[in-house]
Design a protein around this ligand. Sequence first.
Ligand SMILES: *Cc1c(COP(=O)(O)O)cnc(C)c1O
Length: 225
Amino acid sequence: MDSMAERFQHIRSQIRHATSIAGRPKDSVQLLAVSKTKPASDIAELYHLGQRHFAENYVQEALTKQQQLTAFNISWHFIGPIQSNKTKPIACHFAWVHSVDRLKIAQRLSEQRPENLPPLNICLQVNISDEASKSGVSVEELPEMVQAVSVLPNLRLRGVMAIPEPESNYAKQRQPYRRLYQAVQQLERADLDSFSFGMSGDLKAAIMEGATMVRIGTALFGERS
Ligand SMILES: *Cc1c(COP(=O)(O)O)cnc(C)c1O
């Protein structure tokens, strides 16, 4: 199996390559390392290779690792489902939240964001698979949610996050991202500059359709058990 260093180099070169094919500026796509289920020692190893942005899905697991890594200057992103009784630790211990899918959660995060911290960066999770079972606001509800979340004082709305249905066909991988990207452009909000699109299996499609942050777990850390 490849080493962490080799996997990291490989992903970074894939990102550079896709960014260049897309005709987008170099460094316009940020790598988020998704470390859920992986130990703090893996995070430390990747940190020493130069990675600074890490994403977690489960609050308690994330807090435990953060406590083991207090000496590290990590920017922590929360990307998992959010229960309303878990908003406080998220508001206190993260720089970004990608998975805001209802107004009540945004309101609680704003109320609970400590005054001594900068505003919490937020992406709205949008359901682009047209499945009732999937979480996220619909594309139709997006304009109204953007309005409502924008006025919350301790949040900074940055953009959208999407988790499409797994799809192996490259052209089909691109479609839902394109639709969402266009829906955001139609809002004519220059402040919405962040597109959290793409995982290990659809990195290139996501970058072709405007991703500014790709969330990579398996391709960096190996399979999760
Ligand atoms: C686990 C997870 C990822 C990473 O997925 P990989 O396929 O392992 O790269 C990205 N985004 C979210 C929301 C996740 O839960």
